[in-house]
Write a protein that binds this ligand. Structure first.
Ligand SMILES: Nc1ncnc2c1ncn2[C@@H]1O[C@H](COP(=O)(O)OP(=O)(O)OP(=O)(O)O)[C@@H](O)[C@H]1O
Ligand SMILES: [Mg+2]
Length: 232
């Protein structure tokens, strides 16, 4: 296994608009994430955080630059292999959850473990309980609050025990107490060295849990701050 779970070098992303409105969302990003590391990515709206997460997840392709996840150069993977990697090695928490509306909370989470070939119904139930959703397993997304949907999305990302979780504003809809609990849950897996976490966030709370804080400004990482987060 590679000691760096993520390596990104000179990454550029240009979104085509009409001739006046193209956007350079990323303008030469470099970042490395070690095994077990928790990295918080701050930055104003539109600075490029979601774009970076999407590219690392292989959901979109860069205009230019290098992305390696767990030792694999994404450029070398065809669509089938990328999909397999997303299903087994990466957990993704979308900014707007992206739950499947026709599946219950349980089914949304369970499907993720089935796709990773790690399905276990008892474990799905347990993980939903760990994010505070015991008793809500059979509800559909529209029967859940925003914060509850967010927690289904988090359960869905971690159920498959991925090597890397990319979380886009994972606590945006949660009150401080629930947000703290979720961050504890996510980061405890990193402290055990089983997972690395890159989270895009606006929440100051996240910095209390991060080993490293990055700030993105206009498509580049401008500041890097290493915290002295105690490790148990
Ligand atoms: N699919 C797209 N097509 C065109 N432009 C896009 C697309 N996605 C993002 N952009 C643009 O790229 C820039 C970066 O957007 P991005 O979503 O990465 O920002 P962000 O930091 O995640 O913002 P927020 O904090 O609001 O979520 C913005 O100017 C945005 O309008
Ligand atoms: Mg975003």
């Amino acid at each position: 296994m590679a000691d760096k779970v993520v390596r990104v070098a000179d990454l550029w992303k240009y979104y085509d608009g009409d001739s006046q409105n193209g956007v350079e969302a990323l303008r030469g990003v470099n970042i490395e994430i070690a095994r077990g590391e928790v990295v918080a990515l701050f930055g104003k709206s539109g600075s490029g955080k979601s774009t970076l997460l999407n590219l690392i997840a292989g959901l979109d392709r860069p205009t230019k630059g290098f992305i390696e996840v767990n030792g694999k150069d994404l450029r070398m993977l065809d669509e089938t292999r990328r999909t397999r990697m997303r299903r087994t090695e990466i957990g993704f928490v979308f900014q707007f959850f992206n739950l499947i509306s026709t599946l219950t909370a349980f089914e949304n989470v369970h499907l993720s473990s089935e796709l990773a070939k790690k399905a276990d119904r008892a474990k799905t139930k347990e993980i939903l309980a760990s994010v505070g959703l015991a008793g809500m397993e059979n509800r559909y997304p529209h029967e859940l609050s925003g914060g509850e949907q967010q927690r289904v999305a988090i359960a869905r990302a971690i159920i498959k025990e991925p090597l890397l979780v990319l979380a886009d504003e994972p606590t945006g809809n949660l009150d401080t107490q629930t947000g703290t609990h979720i961050l504890e849950l996510l980061t405890s897996r990193c402290r055990e060295g089983k997972m690395s976490l890159l989270m895009a966030t606006h929440t100051p709370l996240a910095s209390e849990f991060a080993d490293r804080i990055l700030t993105m400004v206009d498509g580049v990482i401008r500041e890097e701050f290493v915290t002295d987060q105690p490790r148990p």
